[in-house]
Design a protein around this ligand. Structure first.
Ligand code: ZN
Ligand code: ZN
Length: 255
């Protein structure tokens, strides 16, 4: 499977942060048009905090909508991007969401959300706090993969440079042991908003993981149709990562 055929992090219009055009039907059509083979739609968990457990219905609704495309040339999974609220790796409605989806993409570092505990201000402490959060999420049995790890501490990551290797190796070992995936999220690579040295530091992180043969989840984090399928596939070639390290969800049987 080529990395550019997979996109397991796509948002739908049911999250206020995504565009109205993000219906399951349009996402599927766009994915087919772009030659994708496997996609995953991953509604956010934050509407549940804002509006209560009734918002779990989103997952059921999207599951129903996906069924209409079961005969297409595309394998479609239902995931969830679930907010982690503290450094212990606690998820928003984790158990309730896990019952309804094929995989949980756990998001550390959504520090902009009011219900998520804030990290320390000191840069190094902030990095280690975030690192601990990821490590604890890997221990959480509900989690299949970590969404955009370290994305909220890029500056801190860059300051630490190669001395962060130990942390990355620890994450690599744990991810392998617990059979979990680490996301390579497109947002660092398509937007020009990050300094080159931040991107280089991030590539160093991916490189350390790749050498330990960690499995990677590829995600566009699309909130609009134009970004569906835009995953950083070229990083596989650039860092010499094997295609066998592309993580795919398991199909689960929902009655
Ligand atoms: Zn996120
Ligand atoms: Zn996302």
């Amino acid at each position: 499977m080529k990395p550019t055929k997979v996109d397991l992090h796509i948002h739908t219009k049911y999250c206020p942060c995504a565009k109205e055009e993000m219906t399951v039907k349009s996402i599927v059509n766009k994915a087919l048009e772009r030659g994708l083979k496997v996609i995953g739609v991953t509604p956010h968990s934050y509407p549940i905090v804002e509006q209560g457990l009734k918002r779990l219905k989103t997952y059921e609704k999207v599951r129903e909508e996906i069924k209409a495309f079961s005969n297409s040339n595309l394998q479609i999974f239902l995931g969830a991007e679930v907010d982690c609220i503290n450094s212990s790796g606690t998820l928003v409605a984790g158990k309730e969401i896990a019952k309804r989806v094929d995989y949980i993409l756990a998001a550390p570092g959504h520090y902009h959300l009011s219900f998520v505990n804030k990290p320390p201000q000191n840069k190094k402490e902030k990095f280690y706090y975030h690192h601990r959060t990821i490590s604890n999420l890997l221990d959480n049995p509900l989690v299949s993969a970590i969404a955009h790890p370290y994305s909220s501490v890029l500056e801190e990551m860059n300051i630490l440079g190669k001395s962060a290797r130990k942390c990355f190796e620890e994450i690599a070992l744990k991810a392998k042991k617990k059979k979990k995936a680490i996301e390579i999220n497109n947002k660092f690579f398509i937007s020009n908003s990050y300094p080159v040295e931040f991107i280089e530091s991030y590539k160093f992180f991916i490189k350390v993981l790749a050498e330990k043969r960690v499995m990677f989840l590829l995600g566009s984090d699309a909130h609009s149709l134009d970004n569906v399928g835009k995953v950083p596939g070229n990083i596989f070639e650039e860092l010499d990562i094997s295609e066998s390290q592309i993580w795919l969800p398991q199909s689960r049987n929902f009655a």
